[in-house]
Design a protein around this ligand. Structure first.
Ligand code: FAD
Length: 512
């Protein structure tokens, strides 16, 4: 307790929230809380330093981003217009399984489950009859991405064959500005100053205020640390230790560089992640430019080797100098300590392979809304927040490790990743997949079974057993249904405009 017992609920209520940091995380939580708490009179202040700036990367998202801004009343067209965004149907992995390998992890389903048996079992059965049709041919999301086409999914899909979801590639700086405009219009106060120190209450160690340059301070009841990797409040003031996952995720550095869009090229509706000698390269198409970067292991590649790998392979002519960003995969052991909640890079970072960081921020915000405290900061609330955050990070970590562990490349980095130990939670999932073609679904799992299926299939990891319930299926009937499904997907792709045509019609979408 911190001296508030005996007060009425109204007296115990939070009155001032201080958000430290004005990067993607800071402005996302500022906008979301300003909207969520709009009937409460709670004051929200964002303290950021334009001298320090933001990390300036983070441009590939997953579909949850669209739910995030829809809750604020923003439309797809509005956000896409404000952020020079393109559409993303999934991620294209090139070279991960070895030379020439290529597959797409789509945001969508594969085929149609039937009689309680997953579609992939029917597909495997059909393969046994000699039909080599790839699994992706039964996924509208993967097939559209492959064909460079895009249109909005049907709001009432006639079958699971029409189900896919989509996300954005967006300019992170423009996104933060858009959220900032929204938040400021909703009453959020912004202070542009460097924080020099944190004042703790002597009796209980809660944060009382942050001390700014110019002998000023900003006091509050609840502090949200969005200060980036440094964790100005959560680590430096609250002492939350860092759990290092470097043994499982070996990449610890990146070079990021922006490029001009090459004339005559059309933006792909997927993020490109191409395996390189000791890491992987990203390519993110935006409407006004492209984002490029190389994520690598500094134990296996020097900075110069990384630049020599990245710079000749950009999506167009470079328009910025390559910028090095070092990182340590892992998480804060406690994301919330006393009256300090951390979000974004301050709370941990995996690596950007599956574009999960912004999604983790969104989920952290939803969690904070659902568990919004009063000034007693009940331990049960904090424990639940920390438990959910930890589980979600671990599940996401496992999904990313899987990509490295299944790789089929020959360089020392990749051999090491293939031979490295994996967490038990992941080993259990892989064992079940191999034994029975089934998926483990834990709570706080960001990736659905279809995503796991995409990765297993992309690396040609097949179960030992087809569901016994369909062993005796009539081959002719199966071939007919599979053919119909394939034709339905191919027909839908043929009727869909190109991604470029969709983007050109965005103004129409805005008016709709
Ligand atoms: P930052 O952007 O670092 O913001 C920190 C803020 O704190 C800034 O406003 C800064 O001024 C302020 N601050 C710090 N110290 C002080 C101080 N003393 N006083 C005042 N203010 C201070 N995520 C995705 O979802 N998709 C991706 O494709 C993706 N790609 C990535 C690629 C790389 C190489 C890396 C490293 C990350 C990537 N991420 C990606 C993660 C993503 O960039 C971050 O999750 C996101 O930008 C949020 O960052 P942040 O707001 O937590 O921190």
């Amino acid at each position: 307790m911190n001296g508030t017992s005996g007060e009425t609920p109204a007296e115990r209520a939070i009155r001032q929230i201080v958000i430290v940091g004005g990067g993607t995380a800071g402005w996302m939580v500022a906008a979301a809380l300003a909207h969520h708490l709009r009937h409460t009179g709670i004051g929200i202040t964002v303290v950021e330093s334009s001298d320090i700036g933001t990390i300036g990367v983070g441009e590939a998202t997953i579909p949850t981003i669209r739910r995030f801004y829809a809750r604020l009343g923003m439309t797809d067209a509005e956000v896409m217009g404000a952020t020079e965004a393109t559409c993303k149907l999934g991620i294209r992995f090139t070279g991960w399984g070895g030379p020439g390998s290529d597959f797409i992890h789509p945001f969508g389903l594969y085929g149609q489950d039937l009689n309680g048996v997953g579609f992939h079992h029917y597909w495997m059965k059909q393969r046994q009859s000699g039909d080599a049709t790839p699994l992706a041919a039964y996924s509208l999301g993967a097939s559209l991405a492959e064909a460079g086409r895009f249109d909005l999914p049907s709001p009432n899909p006639p079958s699971s064959l029409s189900v896919f979801d989509w996300a954005l590639h967006l300019d992170a700086a423009l996104f933060a500005q858009h959220l900032r405009r929204f938040a400021e219009a909703a009453g959020v106060r912004r202070v542009d100053a460097r924080i020099l120190g944190v004042e703790l209450r002597p009796d209980d160690g809660f944060i009382r205020a942050v001390r700014l340059e110019g002998d000023r301070e900003v006091a509050g009841d609840l502090f949200i640390d969005c200060s980036g990797f440094r964790g100005l409040l959560i680590a430096e003031a609250m002492g939350s230790a860092y759990e290092d996952w470097g043994d499982w995720l070996a990449c610890d550095a990146a070079f990021a560089v922006q490029s001009r869009n090459a004339p005559g090229t059309e933006p792909e509706p997927c993020t490109r992640v191409t395996a390189r000698a000791a890491g992987w390269q990203w390519g993110i198409p935006l409407r006004h430019r492209a984002g490029n970067g190389l994520v690598f292991s500094s134990r296996h590649m020097t900075d110069q080797q990384a630049l020599d790998t990245l710079m000749p392979n950009l999506m167009g002519e470079a328009i910025t100098e390559p910028r090095r960003i070092g990182f340590r995969p892992g998480r804060r052991k406690q994301a919330w300590v006393r009256n300090c909640v951390s979000l974004g890079l301050a709370s941990g970072f995996l690596e950007p392979l599956e574009s999960t960081s912004i999604a983790l921020i969104e989920n952290g915000i939803e969690r904070l809304k659902a568990l919004f405290p009063d000034r007693t900061f009940a331990p049960a609330v904090i424990e639940e927040f920390n438990d959910q955050s930890a589980r979600e990070m671990e599940r996401t970590r496992d999904f990313i490790i899987l990509h490295y562990w299944l790789n089929g490349r020959d360089e020392p980095f990749w051999r090491e990743r293939r031979e490295a130990a994996i967490p038990d939670t992941l080993a259990r999932k892989v064992a079940l997949w191999k034994a029975r073609g089934a998926f483990v679904r834990y709570r706080w799992e960001m990736f659905h079974p279809a995503s796991w299926l995409a990765i297993y299939d992309g690396f040609d990891v097949r179960p030992d057993q087809i569901d016994p319930a369909i062993e005796g299926l009539d081959p002719a009937g199966l071939a007919l249904s599979m053919g119909q499904m394939k034709a339905a997907v191919a027909g839908a792709v043929a009727r869909t405009p190109t991604h470029a045509a969709f983007l050109a019609g965005l103004n129409g979408l805005r008016a709709a």
